[in-house]
Ligand binder design. Structure first.
Ligand SMILES: [Zn+2]
Length: 65
């Protein structure tokens, strides 16, 4: 077994499937996005950069590795 921290409950970063609260469009974004992310459909902001983990403004549907 070379992989470490395989059972770590909260990975440092991951991808999130986020649903726009305005138009319900789903979008996959990086949890540590370095720029603000707007819904590609309606332009509603769904994530805001913070310098660390992005603030998710939409609804998180799913977490991807
Ligand atoms: Zn939208």
């Amino acid at each position: 077994m070379r992989k470490e921290n395989i059972l770590i409950p909260k990975p440092r970063s991951n991808f999130l499937s986020v649903q726009c609260t305005n138009c319900q469009e789903k979008q996959v974004i990086y949890s540590h996005a370095t720029s603000d992310i707007n819904c590609k459909s309606c332009g509603n902001p769904i994530a805001k950069k913070t310098g660390g983990k992005a603030t998710i403004l939409g609804e998180i549907i799913n977490t991807l590795d």
